[in-house]
Design a binder for this molecule. Structure first.
Ligand code: NAP
Ligand code: GFB
Length: 306
C-alpha cells in the first residue's frame, strides 16, 4: 500500500485535501514533529516510508506577519524545506510536490507573472524573507533533480482562502483577518477597520480548488518547471471587504486605515500553462467562496485558528 505523506496537513490547504477523504494519506502537523529539526524529520519519513509527498508545511502569514518576522519566516522555511527534501531523498520518495506563491515573484517584472521570470529580480520588500526562502525551494528541487534524479515539482498558487484558515489579526492573510474583524464589528456594533487604501488587487482562490489541483498535479504533472495555479481574476481589497460585509450581514461603517501598508499593488499571474493541461477547470467564484468561508467561520467560532 503506497502512502502519500502530507506535511502541513493541519493547515488551510492540508485540511482541504483531508476533506477529499482519499485513502492511504497521512497528514502531519507540528504535533507529529518539528520539521525545522532534521532528526525529527528523518524519523517521520522512516516511520511512514511515503511513496509520494505533498509538502505544505511552512511558516505562512499575511503582510503583517511577513513584515514583522522576516528573519523567522526566512529561517524556519529554509530549514523546513532543506530537511523535508533531504529526508525524502534519503528515504526514496518517488515524487514530491512543494508550494511557492505568486508573492515570491520579482516586484518589478512583466505582467502577467510567468513561471520563467521567477528569479529575475528582488521580491516585494513586504515579504522578502519568506519569498527568498521559497525561491530556494525551486533551486533545491532543481539541484536535487539534477544530481540525484529526484522527482521534485512545484506549484505556485495565488492568495488562497477558505475554511480552517489562520484568522489571526496580526499574521493572518487579508481574507481571514477581515472575516474575523467583520464578525466582531457586527457583534460589538463597531467600525470595520481595513488596512491600507483598499486599492490593491489580489487573485483570490478557494482552498478546496487548490486541493484538487494539488492531487491532479501529484499524479499527472511531469514537467520539472513550476506551474502557476491561478483563476486570473483580480479582486480589489475594497470590493473584497464589501463582499465579506454583505455575506456577514454587516451594515456598519467601513474605515480604511492609511497608516497600514498596502504591500504589493497587484500580482496578476499567467494561467496559460494550467489552462493547457486543464482547459475545463473552474475556480470557485470569489462571491461563493467568501460565502462558504463566512458561513464556516460563524458556525465554528470561537473554535477557529486565531
Ligand atoms: P497554514 O494554514 O499556515 O498551515 C501551515 C502548516 O504547516 C500547518 O499544518 C503547520 O502545523 C505546519 N507547520 C508549520 N511549521 C511547522 C514546523 N516547524 N514543523 C512541522 N509542521 C509545521 O499554511 P497554508 O496556507 O495551508 O499553506 C500551505 C503551503 O502553501 C505553504 O507552503 C504556503 O507557503 C503555500 N501557499 C499558501 C498560500 C496562502 O495564501 N495560504 C498561497 C500560496 C502558497 P500546525 O498546524 O501544527 O502549526
Ligand atoms: O493576504 P495579505 O496579508 O498579504 O494581503 P499579501 C495584504 C493586502 O490586504 C494589503 C490589505 O493590501 C493590505 O493592506 N489588508 C486590508 C489587509 N486589511 C487587512 C487586514 O486586516 N489584514 C491583512 N493581512 N491585510 C502575502 C504574502 O502577500 O501573500 C505571503 O505576504 C503569502 O507570503 C500570501 O505569499 C499569499 O497578499 O500582500
Amino acid at each position: 500500500m503506497s502512502i502519500t505523506l502530507v506535511t502541513g496537513g493541519s493547515g488551510l490547504i492540508g485540511s482541504a485535501i483531508k476533506r477529499l477523504g482519499l485513502p492511504n494519506m497521512v497528514f502531519l502537523s507540528r504535533k507529529d514533529g518539528d520539521l525545522t529539526d532534521f532528526n525529527q524529520t528523518v524519523k517521520l519519513f522512516k516511520k511512514h516510508r511515503p511513496a509520494k509527498v505533498i509538502h505544505l508545511a511552512a511558516q505562512v502569514g499575511g503582510i503583517g506577519g511577513n513584515m514583522i518576522h522576516s528573519g523567522e519566516y526566512f529561517r524556519n522555511n529554509i530549514m523546513i524545506n532543506i530537511n523535508v527534501l533531504e529526508a525524502a531523498r534519503l528515504t526514496g520518495v518517488k515524487k514530491l510536490i512543494s508550494f511557492m506563491s505568486t508573492c515570491v515573484f520579482p516586484d518589478k517584472c512583466p505582467y502577467p507573472l510567468n513561471e520563467k521570470d521567477l528569479h529575475n529580480g528582488p521580491p516585494h520588500p513586504s515579504n522578502f524573507g519568506y519569498a527568498y526562502a521559497k525561491r530556494m525551494l525551486e533551486v533545491q528541487s532543481s539541484a536535487y533533480n539534477s544530481e540525484w534524479g529526484c522527482n521534485y515539482i512545484i506549484a505556485i498558487p495565488t492568495n488562497i482562502y477558505g475554511p480552517n484558515d489562520n484568522f489571526n489579526f496580526t499574521d493572518g492573510h487579508v481574507v481571514p483577518s477581515l472575516i474575523h474583524k467583520c464578525y466582531l464589528a457586527k457583534k460589538n456594533n463597531t467600525d470595520l477597520v481595513v488596512w491600507g487604501s483598499g486599492k490593491p488587487l489580489r487573485e483570490l482562490v478557494l482552498t478546496d480548488d487548490i486541493a484538487k489541483l494539488a492531487l491532479w498535479m501529484l499524479d499527472n504533472y511531469k514537467e520539472s518547471a513550476p506551474i502557476i495555479f491561478t483563476s486570473g481574476i483580480e479582486t480589489s481589497i475594497r470590493d473584497l471587504v464589501l463582499v465579506i460585509a454583505k455575506k456577514m450581514g454587516f451594515t456598519g461603517k467601513i474605515v480604511f486605515d492609511g497608516s497600514k501598508p498596502d504591500g504589493q499593488f497587484r500580482k496578476p499571474s499567467d494561467g496559460t500553462k494550467l489552462k493547457k493541461y486543464l482547459p475545463d477547470f473552474k475556480f470557485t467564484p470569489v462571491d461563493g467562496g467568501i460565502e462558504q468561508t463566512v458561513n464556516w467561520f460563524v458556525e465554528n467560532y470561537p473554535k477557529v485558528r486565531k
